[in-house]
Design a protein around this ligand. Sequence first.
Ligand code: PGA
Length: 255
Amino acid sequence: MRKQIAAANWKMNLTLQQANELLDEIVSKDISLTSNQQAVFGVPFPYLLLAKDKIKNSKGFFIAAQNCYTKESGAYTGEVSASMLSSCKIEYVIIGHSERREYFNEDNKMLGQKVDACLKNNLKPIFCCGESLQIREQGNQNEYIENQLKEGLFHLDSSALQNFVIAYEPIWAIGTGKTASSDLAQEMHAHIRNVFNQKYGKDIAESISILYGGSVKANNAKEIFGKKDVDGGLVGGASLNASEFLEIIGSLKSL
Ligand code: PGA
């Protein structure tokens, strides 16, 4: 059965001391996850190794970087490569978050290259897609998402997409408190799965974990994660609070 994943996206938040305290509090609760459940912590680069160390005894816990560069090494001041992350034994990388697309001009082509860099280094990308309010109001969201997936991922062969992780994050729901209804999330997740089904077949499509992101909180996670094609969430604001995030992890389906 495909993985059910609660992924924290801390974004550019927390001091080292706050990061320490948050992880200590979460780990101290000693929650147990089933073999198909995972909790992933997407922390800023300077805290990756600390976070890795903190979760080392927590089964089903993993660490994610929030970005990486397309190149392996070289004169790219300020960038971090997938091979560096891999050498730190980081497992996941969030790729193509809408904030990276918007503020750092990352397009589908570049994101495809970042995905390639991750896969080459045995890192699992969490590939983000999502439409703006304008696109949704025009009713073009399905084509828009399909295009993001095609341009970013369809150069991959099917073995690379087995157990892949996608995060669907409608931009109008991120950090706004306006969560998509669980029915709307389910509808888009089913569409995304169908896009993969048509290109790669049912087995691959069914193996992909599709996370929902956009104002997921402790009080709405269970309803959203309960939907058939929603395999957990990518959580921003609510992941900065230990009890909120623990409840969100506790809302994952156990299959
Ligand atoms: P949010 O962010 O939960 O604060 O809406 C989600 C995200 O951007 O990943």
